[in-house]
Ligand binder design. Structure first.
Ligand SMILES: Cc1ncc(COP(=O)(O)O)c(C=O)c1O
Length: 420
């Protein structure tokens, strides 16, 4: 047994001394996952429903539905926002504004639905959409904004909400990287009409794969509920809330088998109950996970800026006023004078056992997929997003206090920037 555990740890820790995430599962997470497995009720059921209820309650969302990934949450949110059952629905050909610093599956659902994307540059202080640019680009054609709350920080979502209200725009908040962050005590993910969350490995909480979509109205919830599961009202026995809807459709369609009534178009984006149980168990520890990550970030920053070698080589993201961040990683920008060294530096960190990754996907418009789909026909420039690609990277923030050896490793490797 012990040997086995060692083997697993070796596999996980094979390459890096400082990883994006150290084994993110507690003993209890694994036990509860096993409990679901042993029960043989593996498909989505009461563990998932309980998690959804707890999730909505804590973050102050009206409704929450768990799905099998953050990407699925974005897909569901987008197709619900444009669903025929929705009063103020998006239409194919409508314009949606999106920050150029985004993840692939923040935007592909928009393309797949048939919206026209207009990319907006970001603010280098927050890494989030630049509000002035956003304002300038709203026109009669604009019907929605896809926001991406980057790595625990957002733009001023009160200002953006006002702007959206004034212009009758639907907001989808991709909050996959910012579970637990608050602006003036309001949780990110509760500003938009819809919001998505990801529980992929290395996010604030993880069930391996998993996600959540939240919304504000029962009308939207019913659409999401059906779309998540084949356009069907199946599984309602775990969802008393939807039993009435189920009964009313059954009554109006006596010729159909009431167990198999399809009311809308659909996907299958359901999680397993194993994911529901593990994510819920992690979610109960969200506050302490957030606290540990925040403390570790403060310790790393303090170690770097109080070093004799500190000469503003790095820039950290400032926390906006009235903001309580929940980090999933630690984004860092190199000083502009090191623009040509970024690749060499990141390779150097890798060789020293420090795992890094880009900030989201850099300037998404540089990606081959964006070119394939001609997402930037006008060849517009996004200088700040481009700067994030050229200067930015992130390292992990762990949920156990960082030890001296790891701090030294980071300190020594980081200051090599001056000589490599
Ligand atoms: C901003 C953003 N949106 C969406 C996703 C997709 O989430 P998932 O990996 O759970 O599909 C990610 C993934 O990291 C992300 O960073």
């Amino acid at each position: 047994m012990k040997k086995n555990k060692q083997k697993i740890n070796n596999l996980i820790n094979k390459k890096y001394k400082y990883q994006l995430l150290e084994n993110g599962f507690s003993k209890e997470d694994i036990l509860i996952g096993k409990k679901v497995l042993n029960s043989r009720q593996i498909t989505m059921a009461s563990f998932t429903r309980k998690f959804e209820t707890a999730f909505a309650k804590k973050i102050g969302a009206k409704y929450a539905l768990m799905v099998n990934s953050g990407s699925s949450a974005n897909l569901l949110a987008t197709f619900a926002a444009g669903n025929l059952m929705r009063k103020n629905s998006l239409k194919r050909g409508d314009e949606v504004l999106v920050p150029a610093l985004c993840w692939s599956t923040s935007i592909w659902p928009l393309v797949q639905f048939g919206l026209k994307l207009k990319f907006i540059d970001i603010d280098l202080e927050t890494l989030n959409i630049k509000i002035d640019e956003l304002k300038k680009n709203i026109s009669k054609k604009t019907k929605a904004i896809m926001l991406i709350n980057v790595l625990g920080i957002s733009a001023n979502l009160f200002d953006i909400s006002k702007l959206a209200k004034k212009n009758n725009l639907t907001i989808i908040e991709d909050n996959c990287e910012s579970l637990g962050s608050r602006l003036k005590n309001k949780y990110l993910g509760t500003f938009g009409d819809f919001a998505s969350f990801s529980f992929f490995y290395s996010h604030q909480i993880t069930s391996g794969e998993g996600g959540m979509v939240v919304c504000k109205t029962k009308e939207d919830y019913d659409i999401l509920f059906a779309l998540r599961s084949h356009g069907w009202l199946g599984g309602t026995r775990f969802y008393k809330r939807n039993l009435r809807l189920y009964k009313s459709y059954a009554k109006k369609n006596p010729q159909l088998d009431p167990r198999y009534i399809f009311i809308n178009s659909g996907f299958n984006l359901r999680p397993t109950d194993i994911q529901g149980a593990i994510a819920h168990n992690q979610f109960k520890r969200l506050n302490s996970l957030m606290r540990e990550r925040n403390q570790n970030r403060n310790i790393i920053i303090k170690t770097l800026i109080s070093s004799k070698k500190w000469n503003n080589q790095f820039k950290f993201i400032n926390i906006p006023p009235n903001f309580k961040p929940s980090w999933m990683g630690f984004p860092i920008l190199l000083s502009k004078r090191f623009r040509n060294k970024k690749k060499r530096f990141v390779n150097y960190l890798d060789s020293k056992g420090i795992e890094t990754r880009p900030i989201i996907s850099g300037n998404f418009l540089n990606q081959p997929a964006a070119k394939l789909y001609k997402l930037n026909k006008e060849k517009r420039k996004y200088p700040n997003t481009q700067a994030v690609q050229e200067l930015g990277f992130l390292i992990g923030l762990h949920t156990k206090k960082i030890d001296k050896n790891k701090l030294k490793l980071i300190h020594d490797a980081f200051f090599k920037i001056d000589s490599i």
